[in-house]
Design a protein around this ligand. Structure first.
Ligand SMILES: C[S@@+](CC[C@H](N)C(=O)[O-])C[C@H]1O[C@@H](n2cnc3c(N)ncnc32)[C@H](O)[C@@H]1O
Length: 218
């Protein structure tokens, strides 16, 4: 495969270089360039919480309305959902919420400095049910390494899922990871005020059980 950007090695001088593998620079540099261009047009304010897979913003807009002192960024892979989210932000005249069309595994290192995020929400990530697809799951070791780098000390990762084996795998991995400590569900800050995500609404309406896991960077 020919690298899309023959000059990909220039990325090695960028501050995000240590957090993105070389093969990603070689073959997905066009995506990285789009994120850099987006950042120039949409300067981000801190402090910041991020939702990965923000759909059209139902959960994140609820957070943004309730906590004006915090900033929120939705990162979503599907362009149509991002357009819908952006229209909702514009309609509400929201100033503390933005959304970017990108893969969060690239966007977080490109957009943020290490040790700066207050929270990362991953709510009902794609399940990739089949065993041979399990490696496509977002919540793997590389994800938690990235979360550890970009969260502040005390910053949290919140996961909800209705896929019990996915939940169990993540719990098992985090139980061994001394860089994070579990937050009991009844002690997750502000969780009683959160709006439901689309998938969560579906689960509640159809009696589908789901789990919540929150951890804090030690
Ligand atoms: C099952 S949906 C859940 C959406 C929403 N959080 C909810 O609970 O209704 C998962 C979403 O994550 C998005 N997604 C998956 N991988 C992603 C990634 N690496 N970066 C950003 N978004 C991602 C998908 O496009 C999809 O919209």
């Amino acid at each position: 495969m020919t690298p899309k950007n023959p000059d990909w090695e220039s990325f090695k001088k960028e501050p995000f270089a240590p957090y993105i593998p070389d093969e990603v620079f070689q073959y997905r540099s066009d995506e990285i360039e789009k994120i850099i261009a987006w950042k120039k047009e949409h300067p981000l304010s801190m402090p910041m919480e991020v939702e990965i897979g923000s759909n059209y913003g139902r959960f994140l807009l609820g957070l943004a309305r309730g906590r004006r002192e915090m900033n929120f960024l939705g990162i979503e892979l599907k362009a149509a959902l991002v357009s819908r989210f952006v229209r909702r932000i514009e309609r509400e005249g929201d100033t503390n919420c933005k959304c970017i069309h990108a893969d969060a595994r690239l966007a977080i290192p490109v957009l943020f400095e290490p040790g700066t995020l207050d929270a990362i929400y991953v709510l009902f990530p794609d399940p990739w049910w089949k065993k041979r697809h399990a490696r496509r799951r977002l919540l793997d070791d590389a994800f938690f390494n990235m979360a550890h780098v970009f969260l502040k000390t005390g910053g949290m990762v919140v996961v909800k899922t209705d896929v019990r084996p996915y939940y169990e795998t993540v719990c098992e991995a985090l139980a061994l990871d001394k860089r994070f400590e579990t937050i009991p569900n009844d002690a997750i800050p502000n969780a009683d005020k959160w709006d439901l995500t689309n998938r969560e609404q579906h689960c509640i309406e159809n009696g589908v059980p789901y789990d919540t896991l929150a951890v804090r960077k030690v």
